[in-house]
Write a protein that binds this ligand. Structure first.
Ligand code: GDP
Length: 215
């Protein structure tokens, strides 16, 4: 897929400010510092894209980009800022939650997880929210170059094992390195297949299951 025509559309602070829901949307979410900007730049081969999202006033918004006038890339605000004021954090979470649950044209959430560190509760909680609300998602493990393969595989295995405790349908897993430019084709394949009506949509956890153990 050619992603050369990525155009900034809008920065939305809440669901009501989002563009019309007339194009399929692929959202990218993850803890701040997970490597989202690097991955998005690799995906669209356009440095400006992540820079727009990083400009003042945009970092806590949903940032929409038109790709080929066929689909939209939605850069979601990074979660897990330790220093955000409580009221602000609640507001930010509410806007993201409303988008994830109520956006009819949301095709898939690419949920980015850092493969160089063990599972983090904040990531598991985000994924639990997606499962509980039947939001289609895939897991994208970033920075696979950062540690030896055995270590990243161990971290990925631990994360998916935690998920398996409370969901029957394991999500699709994609491994990426923006530094080594790995995983781009796998990401584009998910998008291509979702845009192709006769083909299968990304495998999502469709049957929410209550987790058995508290985190
Ligand atoms: P964001 O905050 O999620 O947008 O993350 P950034 O893309 O800004 O990356 C955060 C840090 O992780 C930076 O220091 C990047 O250089 C580093 N990083 C991002 N992607 C990779 C990767 O694929 N491999 C490694 N080793 N580091 C990465």
């Amino acid at each position: 897929m050619n992603t050369s025509t990525a155009t900034f559309l809008r920065s939305a602070p809440d669901l009501a400010s989002c563009p019309d829901d007339d194009q399929p949307e692929f959202a990218f979410a993850g803890r701040s510092n997970v490597g989202k900007s690097s991955l998005l730049n690799m995906l669209v081969r356009q440095r400006d894209l992540a820079r727009v999202s990083a400009t003042p006033g945009h970092t806590k918004h949903l940032n929409f980009f038109d790709i080929n006038r066929r689909w939209r890339l939605v850069d979601m605000p990074g979660y897990g800022y330790a220093k955000v004021a409580k009221a602000e954090k609640t507001n930010f979470n509410a806007a993201v939650a409303a988008y994830l649950v109520d956006r009819p044209n949301l095709a898939c959430v690419f949920t980015l997880i850092d493969s160089s560190i063990p599972p983090q509760d904040i990531d598991l909680e985000f994924v639990e929210f997606l499962v509980d609300n039947e939001v289609p998602f895939v897991l994208v493990f970033t920075k696979i170059d950062k540690v030896v393969e055995a270590r990243s595989e161990e971290n990925i295995g631990l994360f998916t094992a935690r998920l398996a405790e409370w969901t029957a349908n394991p999500p699709l897993v994609i491994k990426c390195s923006a530094h080594e430019r790995k995983g781009r084709n796998a990401l584009l394949k998910v998008i291509d297949e979702a845009l192709e009506p006769e083909q299968k949509r990304p495998q999502a956890a469709k049957t929410p299951a209550k987790r058995k153990t508290p985190w």
